[in-house]
Write a protein that binds this ligand. Structure first.
Ligand code: PDD
Length: 292
């Protein structure tokens, strides 16, 4: 039975309960993070906690914990679930902060909100080796989300519907298009490689600033691989040599088929192979305590 953290207590998941008046439950009024930990070591924790702070600022909710207190809780949840993870102890932690509960349902913020904090962890499955030979397929869909997609809000109904629509089409991800431009995936950021240049849409309110995305750009910079943060026209996607999607739980995944047509030669490309090696080296450095 997994152990979770809820409002100051560590307890078995099945005993963890929140009030039906919690604003996360009633309004989706909360934010979250998903942070991988390799060998028990949290990956890019400072970046995740900074993004959490930005999301809390975005919904005008005070951070209930200091960075130090967050780290202690996350480490403790990882430790208590160690026996559920495999021998390499790779887990991802989910944390969620809602605006808590109030006596009555009211759209207005409670005068003195008491945020609800929930944390759990899951073992991370090893990356599927078939990814390196086959990649995944994706489809493009209209971005039906709201205007503040830079906030990592728990209100994910559009993302859920889009992801399901992709799955119903036999695709593993939906690439979202707004005003003719590809923005990101339903639960990932997007990269396109054309003539050796790694391209990704620029940060802004329309998309989540992915921690994996930023690390890919950092690795490109450090290893002198050409890259560009630039708008990507959805119509140009089929001229891409490579397309990738990135996220904390899926790392960097090559998209080899888009809307039922092959991308490049229909196999994961050489730039992806270089980048995934750099990414895995970085990950091993975190596991060994050389990087954070
Ligand atoms: N989602 N864009 C969206 C809409 C996402 O939901 C995610 C990740 C990303 C990638 O961000 P990062 O590299 O920081 O994981 C981009 C998480 C994993 C989730 O909702 O489970």
């Amino acid at each position: 039975m997994p152990t979770v953290y809820l409002n100051g207590h560590y307890l078995p998941a099945e005993q963890a309960c929140v009030s039906v008046m919690d604003r996360g439950f009633l309004f989706g009024d909360g934010v979250y993070e998903v942070i991988p930990a390799y060998g028990g070591r949290l990956f890019r924790l400072a970046h995740h906690l900074q993004r959490l702070q930005n999301s809390l600022d975005g919904i005008r909710l005070g951070n209930p914990l200091s960075d130090h207190a967050w780290q202690e809780i996350l480490d403790e949840v990882l430790k208590r679930n160690r026996d559920r993870a495999g021998s390499d102890n790779d887990q991802s932690v989910y944390l969620q902060v809602t605006r808590g509960s109030a006596a009555k349902r009211d759209h207005l913020f409670p005068e003195e909100p008491v945020p609800a904090v929930f944390v759990f962890s899951n073992p991370i499955a090893k990356p599927d080796p078939q990814l390196a030979t086959r990649g995944i397929s994706a489809i493009t869909l209209d971005d039906i989300r709201w205007q503040y997609c830079n906030i990592k809000a728990i209100t994910l109904l559009p993302n859920v519907l889009l992801r399901q629509q992709a799955a119903d089409h036999g695709a593993a991800e939906a690439l979202l298009v707004r005003n003719g431009k590809v923005i990101e995936g339903s639960a990932s950021n997007v990269f396109v490689v054309r003539e050796g240049v790694i391209m990704t849409p620029p940060r802004g309110e329309q998309m989540l600033p992915g921690i994996t995305r930023d690390l890919v750009l950092e690795l490109a910079e450090r290893h002198a691989l050409p890259y560009d943060e630039t708008d990507i026209e959805a119509d140009s996607l089929h001229q891409a040599d490579e397309i990738w999607v990135t996220s904390s739980t899926r790392e960097i995944v090559p998209v080899t088929k888009l809307n039922d047509l092959a991308i490049g030669d229909g196999r994961p490309g050489p730039v992806w192979k270089s980048m995934i090696e750099l990414y895995r080296d970085y990950k091993e450095a975190v596991r060994n305590g050389i990087r954070s």
